[in-house]
Design a protein around this ligand. Structure first.
Ligand SMILES: [Zn+2]
Ligand SMILES: [Zn+2]
Length: 831
């Protein structure tokens, strides 16, 4: 299939990005019949190597023949591009900055539904209707072969139709919507059908008829129940007049009798129909009125707009409960009115149901939610809706940065300090906040970063006047921030005032909360029952076989679990080392706290919110709903409770074990601790009353605690900044972490040493830390060695040059025979 071009041909070429970790973009020839349909940003089919077919993206069209013989592009998949120029430029930047290939970026960016490779399967299109078309003999043969849900690989089609004809045949059938490609057999795209029911029109239009119907059903309570539930729905969802159809599934979820409903349908009292629904839940916008902002919010909104006049990036530093979301909503509204698009980034969608619902009510079907955990079909639908301009607002997690916006005017990065914005696993290891700032430059759009506890890096940019700053120092409810009290655990212990993990002061505070019928949150940032098990005789601690960490005990399942790889086994009755019956629980997690509280307050409703209790679908929403309804008296939780929640009735927050976070060996531990405790504290405070926070600690004089109690962010920032400057850490320098990984410990160590030597050829001694084993030296059976590189802040060009040198040094390592199997991972700006 490959046509060779010589320099004398009037040839056109296309530079193609393939979803592969190949550093260079490959150039292909464009056959004359595709010249009119090929565009930059469109998907094309190309072959790589022998017969491997791949979907690639056209990066650039040009007329310069490369120094090698080119193959021809086989076909163009899209009539119009699925990626635009801004995206291509953004992907290129991301590859360079985060030290990966543009193919890696493309792979992360495109929903699986857009990728087609030789592994793809071909099947009949679900809407295919044979009666309405005529096909050639060959086409008919293929269609026959695909009937009854069968699939064929590309190779099988080639065998059927001959190598030359295969692609043409498939393309024709695809254009006629007779067939489609599947990425995987499991991922069949079928339009989603749903049943709807409505009361027969005659009853809806005539209230007398309806009256009669009620009387008629009086003796049939189950059917009456169906009618009543239906009526409550119709008013509740307030559909536009004339459409009284509601989802049958939703109606059945109300606990009505399904046979009674069926009966009513049979008698024509209710009618039923089937519709095709979008996979993306459509919510009609309900709120037409504008949000009413407090004077402080109005002021902040004005200041943001003023700042945007000469700054592209603005930090909204608003204390917890100050109502940042209302301000975002106003700004979004304005951009949408100007026909622009808005990207609203959240650290985690699953934990932000409240915000998402509020925005959905306001923006209805102009808004889409993008989540990497969504099925590929849904992601393709959102992608296409952004491309067509139908969606004006996308609320999403970090991968939403890759969507094909072309009217992007505003990016909001909510809770910008959150570490969830960083991609930890898999290439590219990007930080969505930083990438958003870059993305905005390609669109000339504005970026609003919001946080009660900004990241040091962000505040540093404010100080250097790179970012604008707007402060919101008043709570929306106008109550003060909760009062924070420190309880000295050592004194409590000395005076025997500790009950389990609880100080007398905290217990009393809880009792008061119960007296006033208010609610409390107890924060413990460790799940499970015991943090680890220790033999009192020989000091044996059960550890993971695959990772160098101790196992956490979960009482509910009676398991010891590794929180890093999931490895688990049943708790042995005796010590596995010495056989003594002296195994003891050490430390405590949320499970233990829940148990202790239940023992103290047997008649109170204690609920727990952590990774273990929120695994099942909707379990998170249920826990929130129970708290909102006032059913829960105490919620025990990990830091999950700090994410995007807005509880009206919580008047007390207790923090049990702060000291572990205080002394975590990381240069960011003070900053993290300040952020975490400020966010946790922010959950306290009713609309009409100041809340209270009790922190138990063995180190009440720790400087960071003084800043936390005083809610003094600037103080914390200034102190930390001095430390960072002294020890050369961000924001003063840039960090790059290089990790060598391999199942053999000695090989990892040697490769780390070799690579460090290579790095010393162009970096000075002060710039390289390591090689050193990370805190968890072995993870999932892979030993690891880290090399940290500290680079002084310099120009982008210089930084890029150093990154290229690092990549060259790594290449030298990986071409050494013993190190070929070592995996080297780059993490730029690690956190
Ligand atoms: Zn022992
Ligand atoms: Zn493990």
């Amino acid at each position: 299939m490959s046509n060779n071009h010589t320099k004398d041909d009037l040839a056109y070429f296309a530079e193609i990005i393939l979803p592969l970790p190949i550093a260079k973009l490959l150039t292909y020839g464009i056959p004359p019949h595709l010249l009119n349909s090929i565009r930059e940003g469109s998907r094309v089919i190309v072959s790589l190597g022998n017969k491997k077919l791949l979907t690639g993206i056209v990066n650039r069209l040009h007329q310069t023949a490369p120094p090698y013989a080119t193959k021809n592009i086989m076909d163009v998949l899209d009539e119009s591009p699925i990626l635009n120029k801004q995206q291509l430029a953004f992907f290129q930047w991301m590859a360079q900055y985060y030290m990966c290939t543009i193919g890696d970026v493309l792979k992360a960016a495109l929903p699986a539904g857009f990728k087609l490779s030789s592994q793809s399967k071909i099947c009949l299109h679900p809407n295919f209707d044979e009666a309405h078309a005529t096909f050639s003999e060959q086409e008919t043969r293929l269609i026959e072969a695909l009937k009854n849900g069968k699939t064929l690989s590309y190779q099988q089609v080639e065998r059927l139709a001959g190598q030359k004809e295969a692609y043409k045949l498939l393309k024709n059938l695809m254009q006629q919507q007779a067939i489609m490609f599947l990425e995987e057999i499991q991922e069949k795209y079928f339009p989603k059908k749903a049943k709807q029911v409505s009361l027969n029109k005659s009853y809806v239009e005539d209230s007398n008829e309806l009256e009669l119907l009620f009387q008629q059903l009086e003796k049939k309570p189950k059917q009456l129940d169906v009618l009543l539930q239906y009526m409550s729905f119709v008013t509740e969802i307030s559909e536009p007049k004339g459409n009284y159809f509601i989802s049958k599934k939703k109606l059945l979820q109300q606990g009505i009798s399904s046979s009674s409903l069926q009966n009513l349908i049979q008698h024509g009292i209710f009618v039923e129909k089937e519709i095709t629904v979008s996979r993306i839940e459509q919510i009609k916008s309900l709120e037409t009125s504008n949000t009413i902002l407090s004077p402080a919010q109005t002021q902040a909104l004005l200041e943001i707009k003023e700042n945007f006049k000469n700054k592209n990036n603005v930090l909204l530093h608003g204390i917890t409960g100050s109502g940042k979301t209302e301000i975002y909503t106003e700004l979004i509204q304005e951009v949408i009115e100007r026909q622009g698009q808005v990207l609203y980034l959240l650290p985690e969608i699953g934990l932000a149901t409240q915000i998402v619902q509020r925005l959905q009510k306001k923006f209805g079907d102009k808004m889409g939610v993008y989540h990497s955990k969504y099925a590929s079909n849904e992601r393709v639908e959102i992608w296409n809706d952004v491309l067509s301009g139908k969606l004006r607002l996308v609320v999403g997690v970090r991968s939403a940065l890759f969507l094909p916006f072309d009217q992007l005017q505003l990016i909001i990065v909510d809770e910008e300090h959150e570490t969830a914005y960083k991609q930890f696993d898999g290439t590219p290891r990007y930080h969505a906040r930083d990438a958003a700032v870059m993305l905005a430059t390609y669109h000339q759009s504005k970026v609003l970063l919001g946080s009660a506890t900004p990241a040091m890096e962000t505040y540093y940019n404010v100080q250097r006047k790179k970012y604008g700053l707007v402060k919101l120092t008043e709570r929306f409810s106008q109550t003060s921030l909760p009062k924070i009290t420190l309880v000295n655990l050592r004194t409590e212990q000395r005076h025997k005032k500790l009950q389990g993990e609880f100080s007398r002061i905290l217990i009393q505070a809880l009792e008061e909360v119960f007296q006033h019928q208010e609610q409390a949150i107890i924060f413990q940032n460790r799940r499970g029952y015991a943090s680890y098990i220790l033999c009192q005789t020989c000091a044996w601690v059960p550890t993971c076989q695959q990772c160098s960490v101790s196992l956490t005990y979960h009482q509910f399942k009676d398991y010891l679990v590794c929180h890093y790889c999931g490895y688990h086994f049943k708790l042995p009755p005796v010590c596995q080392e010495c056989g003594a019956h002296t195994l003891k629980n050490m430390g405590f997690g949320t499970e233990k706290i829940e148990e202790t509280l239940q023992q103290f307050f047997p008649d109170k409703h204690i609920q727990r919110m952590d990774l273990d209790t929120t695994r099942r679908k909707h379990s998170y929403e249920k826990i929130i709903a129970n708290l909102e309804k006032g059913y829960t008296d105490v919620l025990v939780g990990t830091q999950m409770i700090t994410k995007g929640l807005d509880f009206g009735q919580v008047s007390l927050v207790g923090v049990l074990d702060l000291d572990r976070s205080l002394y975590f060996p990381d240069f960011r531990s003070n900053e993290r601790c300040f952020q975490l405790i400020t966010q946790v504290s922010g959950r306290a405070g009713r609309r009409d009353k100041q809340g209270q926070v009790i922190i138990q600690t063995a180190n009440p004089t720790h400087p960071i605690l003084q800043d936390i109690v005083a809610y003094d962010y600037e103080q914390m920032y200034e102190k930390e900044l001095l430390e960072r400057q002294k020890f050369r850490y961000p924001p003063y320098v840039r960090l790059i972490k290089i990790t060598c990984q391999h199942p053999s410990e000695s090989l990892v160590k040697e490769s780390g040493r070799y690579l460090t030597q290579q790095l010393h050829q162009f970096l000075d001694v002060d710039s390289i830390l390591g090689p050193q084993a990370p805190l968890i030296a072995k993870l999932k059976n892979q030993f690891r060695m880290d090399i940290w590189i500290k680079l002084a802040k310099s120009t982008d060009q210089l930084l890029l040059a150093i990154k290229e040198q690092i990549q060259e040094a790594t290449k030298r390592l990986l071409t050494q025979k013993p190190y070929r199997q070592v995996r080297v991972i780059f993490d730029v700006d690690p956190i």
